[in-house]
Design a binder for this molecule. Structure first.
Ligand SMILES: [Zn+2]
Length: 196
């Protein structure tokens, strides 16, 4: 594995100084043991939750579908088809949409294979649901977000996988390991700036 994103905890939400609803300077309040940015004017509470993401494992004849990323993070590196879940979607619907957008293939989700929390995306902490799925139709062609999309034999996956979490779940999948020890982020808990 060549490059892995392991970011030092920059998060635009944590760096917010002003209430996104009314523009007042945010304060910090301990709520059930968690320090949270809170607006002293309108009581808006900024919950620092991970953004939900899906990733999809599609095996065909012993090969796995990977996408070469066109954009950062991990530009030029390979990963499972993946993306953020939209507000109106179920995780399964998100998985179907992302695969269609990135690879041109129509899939059906089979089951949840793995899940993890991660701070390896510099844009935001994420929680990822990795599904297995099978192909219903379509023609394999990289979409707008993808520089390439192709199948790799499980025994000959590329070295340059964009995310440590994708590498780990591919490892788990190829070794037929049971799901169980769910990995969590190495990201430290929110530690408010005393000057906020
Ligand atoms: Zn406010």
């Amino acid at each position: 594995m060549r490059i892995v994103y392991d970011i030092d905890g920059q998060n635009n939400h944590e760096n917010l100084k002003y209430c996104p609803r009314c523009g007042t300077l945010l304060g910090v309040r301990g709520l059930r043991g968690h320090p949270r940015p809170v607006c002293p004017n309108c009581s808006y509470i900024l919950y620092l939750n991970p953004a939900p993401v899906t990733a999809v494992i599609i095996e065909r004849d012993g090969a796995i579908l990977l996408v070469r990323r066109r954009y950062p993070p991990g530009e030029g590196l390979w990963c499972l088809p993946t993306g953020f879940i939209e507000q109106e979607e179920t995780p399964e619907e998100s998985a179907v949409r992302e695969v269609k957008e990135e690879t041109g293939l129509q899939i059906e989700v089979d089951s949840l294979f793995d899940s993890w929390s991660s701070s390896e995306d510099p844009r935001t902490p994420i929680v990822c649901f990795a599904f297995t799925a099978h192909i219903l139709g379509g023609t394999l062609a990289p979409g707008d977000d993808a520089a390439d999309a192709r199948f790799f034999m499980l025994a000959a996956l590329p070295d340059d996988i964009a995310f440590a979490s994708h590498h780990a779940t591919l490892e788990r999948y190829s070794q037929k390991l049971p799901r169980g020890d769910r990995r969590r982020s190495r990201r430290p808990p929110y530690d408010p700036d005393p000057n906020m």
